[in-house]
Design a protein around this ligand. Structure first.
Ligand code: 3PG
Ligand code: MG
Length: 399
């Protein structure tokens, strides 16, 4: 992978920097977790210190190829400016007159931002010609391209993939760091425990298949666990269930058994009568969820069981919360698992928290980034990497 030092002297050069500033916002447009902005800072500083004129480009949310005020990158530009301690002007468009004027106004060592890339339909177009047209316009703004938006390297999009074919390019420091962590997870110190949660089994099928060959144990919680419990023949009430995946999950359970991989499932569950913080809820055995209840968190016995298994591991990868942690009554399972990773880190294990929701959960739980070996900025990207897929945004940086 080419890195920034391969780009030579950057003084006075216009650098188009793809960052991932896709931060969660509350209903008033305030950033609720600035982790991705903070993670973007070191590469920006490295480029400004080298005298480059840095043009940061990024996306926010999934607007449909046209400007929409609620998806403006203004909050991210503001936060970036605070963290850098310098003004960060934000162009009003991505490749139009405002972008050009903003870039022309940049001095050596200064930073500016373009508006949300996804305000332009070419960014995410499936049609390569439509992407190419937008990538040409982006490339015309700069002399070189640096790819540092790790969270989007699994996307074949104009600002991630196509633009790298049009300018001298390199990976930024964040992408380098994230890839080094993922490489370490592919040759883990053992025992290697993987903790998976989140809503959908179908999002994780590929990675589960791959992890059955590499991990020593899989601890499963979150909404996806009910498809596992159903595959074991248990009643799951009104819990999230992907019926069409039950057979596949049965296959995984059998495969794990053959390979000697432990699949550890919850033994108790917090079951509520509605998806709401003030719903009536009780602790029930995982194999006896009442027909009118939905599981919204793993129970305390399960959390203790997971914590014990994590304590025995030398490498831990965690992706996906154990329950509906945004609601206080269903946050305890996620909190206990987070604490178990923190303790394992202190005891010398290599611990990685992968991606958006899990990262937000640990920060909401009051943990510090330094409590873990690594908090990844890319959930989807790290899962696809661990699944063994070729990530377009990384492949294009090889040469
Ligand atoms: C993310 O939030 O996972 C990344 O920023 C990628 O966003 P996307 O899933 O909308 O492509
Ligand atoms: Mg995502």
């Amino acid at each position: 992978m080419r890195t920034i030092k391969d780009l030579g002297d950057l003084r006075g050069k216009k650098v188009l920097l793809r960052s991932d500033l896709n931060v969660p916002l509350d209903k008033d447009g305030a950033i609720t977790d600035d982790g991705r902005v903070r993670a973007s800072v070191p590469t920006i500083q490295r480029l400004t210190q080298a005298g480059a004129r840095v043009i940061v480009c990024a996306h926010l949310g999934r607007p449909k190829g046209a400007p929409e005020a609620r998806y403006s990158l203004a909050p991210a530009a503001q936060r970036l400016s605070e963290l850098l301690g310098v003004p960060v002007p934000l162009a009003q468009d991505t490749v139009g007159p405002s972008a050009h004027a903003t870039v022309d106004a940049l001095g050596d060592g200064e930073v500016a931002m373009l508006e949300n890339l996804r305000f332009n339909p070419g960014e995410t177009a499936k049609d390569a010609a439509a992407r190419a047209e937008f990538a040409d316009q982006l490339a015309s703004l700069a002399d070189v391209f640096v790819s540092d938006g790790f969270g989007v390297v699994h996307r074949e999009q104009a600002s991630v993939y196509d633009v790298a074919e049009r300018l001298p390019q390199a990976a930024g420091g964040l992408v380098e760091q994230e890839v080094a962590v993922l490489q370490r997870l592919t040759r883990p110190a053992r025992p290697y425990a993987v903790v998976l949660g989140g809503a959908k089994v179908s999002d994780k099928l590929g990675v589960i298949e791959n992890l059955l060959q590499h991990a020593d144990m899989l601890l499963i919680g979150g909404g996806m666990v009910f498809t596992f419990l159903a595959a074991q023949g248990h009643e799951v009430g009104t819990s999230l269930l992907e019926k069409d995946q039950i057979d596949r999950v049965k296959g995984y359970l059998a495969d794990a058994e053959n390979r000697g991989v432990d699949i550890v499932l919850p033994v108790d569950v917090v079951a509520a009568d509605a998806f709401s913080a003030d719903a009536a809820h009780d602790l029930v055995a995982a194999d006896a969820i009442p027909a009118d209840r939905m599981g919204l968190d793993i129970g305390p016995e399960s959390a203790k069981l997971f914590a014990r298994r994590i304590a025995g591991a030398k490498t831990v990868f965690w992706n996906g919360p154990m329950g509906a942690f945004e609601m206080a009554p269903y946050a305890a399972g996620t909190q206990t698992v987070a604490q178990a990773l923190v303790d394992a880190t202190s005891a010398g294990a290599f611990t990685v928290v992968g991606g958006g929701d899990s990262a937000a959960a640990v920060r909401q739980g009051g943990f510090d980034d330094d409590d873990f070996s690594h908090i990844s900025t890319g959930g989807g990207a790290s899962l696809e990497y661990l699944e063994g897929k070729t990530l377009p945004g990384l492949a294009v940086l090889e040469d």
